[in-house]
Design a protein around this ligand. Structure first.
Ligand SMILES: *[C@@H]1O[C@H](CO)[C@@H](O)[C@H](O)[C@H]1NC(C)=O
Length: 171
């Protein structure tokens, strides 16, 4: 027999596992500060609008099950979160989207039919190359914007089963 507490724990585990994992990888030779609007969830469980990522470094965040928003990279940021490109309101921890157009990685998780929809996009502009690579369980290959409206699938929307993990890489 399951106890009531066991059932509650099982329910909590189901909610936690419904979050989508995003690995951010900085393949640039310079620091890139990933930014999120709306907020992602950092590895310590706190909400995050962005943080610095050193050249060659990776970081993991999760997105809420029905997240619909954008991830972008900021370049040339100082310790106050004042950046040469991709600047957002709120400093390092963004509280809104960038006013001047960076390259975007757009995600709508569980949009319909248990599918996630995503694209790399330069509709707002281009500041750094972005590649979105779906993980296991999705047959879609890497989708990238390597320059304004150039790359493999730049601006094209792809779909993967909800629950897929993604890597978003810069450069
Ligand atoms: C970033 O802002 C969110 C609120 O949007 C807050 O919950 C979080 O603690 C902040 N993180 C840091 C590192 O300041």
């Amino acid at each position: 027999m399951f106890s009531r507490n066991t059932l509650i724990l099982v329910a909590l585990a189901a909610v936690a596992s419904a979050q989508t994992s995003i690995t951010l990888t900085n393949d640039c030779t310079y620091q890139v500060d990933p930014a999120f609007y709306p907020d992602a969830i950092a590895s310590d469980g706190s909400a995050t609008g962005g943080f610095p990522l050193a050249a060659g470094a990776s970081a993991g965040v999760t997105l809420d099950p029905t997240y619909s928003g954008r991830i972008w990279g900021r370049t040339g940021c100082d310790s106050d979160g004042d950046c040469a490109t991709g600047q957002c309101p709120g400093g390092e921890n963004c509280t809104g989207p960038a006013a001047a157009g960076p390259t975007l990685a757009q995600f709508t998780l569980d949009g319909y039919d248990s599918l996630d929809f995503f694209n790399p996009s330069t509709t707002d502009g281009f500041n750094v190359a972005i590649t979105i690579t779906p993980g296991a369980g999705c047959s879609v290959g890497p989708q990238s914007c390597t320059a304004d409206n150039e790359g493999t699938g730049c601006g094209d929307t792809s779909a993967c089963p909800t629950g897929t993990s993604y890597t978003v890489s810069f450069c």
